[in-house]
Write a protein that binds this ligand. Structure first.
Ligand SMILES: NC(=O)c1ccc[n+]([C@@H]2O[C@H](COP(=O)([O-])OP(=O)(O)OC[C@H]3O[C@@H](n4cnc5c(N)ncnc54)[C@H](OP(=O)(O)O)[C@@H]3O)[C@@H](O)[C@H]2O)c1
Length: 233
């Protein structure tokens, strides 16, 4: 097995995930960039050709995880960190949400995390860091908003998963933490709160997440941390 270290970032095609990937690449760290939009991933690869591996996959499809395992095996990659940032949002009042809406969000936000961690576990090593990108909407005791119930529930699962896996993975010395983000100016924020302008930009949050993924496993394990000056932003 090669000793190559890389960081896997899901949702690297835009918003916070793209900026997280760029912050890591600027530190000369190999990044495995996942999202569905192949041309956006290719743009990233064109900017950092020697450091980027791309995989255009839909995390609601099981084939994606087989493709990911194949890539990690073929390229002999070890994961220093796994940043699960990809996420989906449906903004709809609870009583109008359908089974399909719930099923989609559970697949995109909850099951994606479970399948990703199962797939990546053989490629993680001592002191590797799994970072789950949760949401203040899914943080216990935070303000909640009409229309975001299904989204918030599907993100809230990441908190308990983080606490449980921190215990399960102690024997492997793999660390896991969950960052519950407040509002960041992205396409998803526009879908959740149309017209809202907030002070935190995706570049700032991406740089913070990149640093957290590389360092915080030395100090935190199993923690669910609100990343928010106020509630919700
Ligand atoms: N922005 C905020 O205020 C805020 C607040 C709290 C939490 N968050 C969380 O932060 C993370 C990033 O949010 P963002 O604001 O940057 O969102 P965004 O701009 O909507 O980007 C979402 C990313 O996830 C990817 N993605 C979505 N569904 C996917 C799927 N089925 N398979 C693979 N990739 C998928 C998208 O790529 P493709 O479309 O190319 O697949 C995109 O790269 C999310 O987990 C979100 O819940 C954001």
């Amino acid at each position: 097995m090669s000793t190559d270290n890389a960081v896997l970032v899901t949702g690297a095609s835009r918003g916070i995930g793209r900026e997280t990937a760029i912050a890591l690449l600027k530190k000369n760290i190999r990044v495995i960039a996942l999202a569905r939009t192949a041309d956006k991933l290719q743009e990233l690869k064109n900017k950092f050709p020697k450091l980027v591996y791309t995989l255009a996959v839909d995390l609601t499809s099981d084939q994606s995880y087989r493709d990911l395992a194949d890539l990690l095996t073929k390229e002999k990659l070890r994961l220093k960190a796994l940043i699960h940032n990809a996420g989906a949002l449906i903004n709809k009042p609870f009583l109008e949400t359908t089974d399909e809406d719930w099923s989609y969000l559970i697949q995109a936000n909850t099951m994606s995390s479970i399948k990703l961690i199962r797939t990546c576990h053989p490629f993680l090593g001592k002191e590797s860091h799994i970072v789950q990108i949760g949401s203040m909407g899914g943080f216990q005791g935070s303000s909640k908003f009409p229309g975001l119930t299904a989204y918030s529930v599907s993100k809230g699962t990441l908190s308990i998963l983080t606490e449980c896996l921190a215990g399960e993975f102690i024997k492997d010395d793999i660390r896991i933490n969950c960052l519950c983000l407040g509002a960041v100016q992205t396409e998803m924020l526009e879908a959740a709160f149309p017209g809202l302008k907030v002070p935190v930009q995706s570049e700032q949050m991406g740089a913070y997440i990149a640093g957290f993924a590389l360092e915080a496993q030395k100090f935190f394990n199993g923690k669910v941390l609100p990343v928010s000056l106020a509630d919700p932003s």
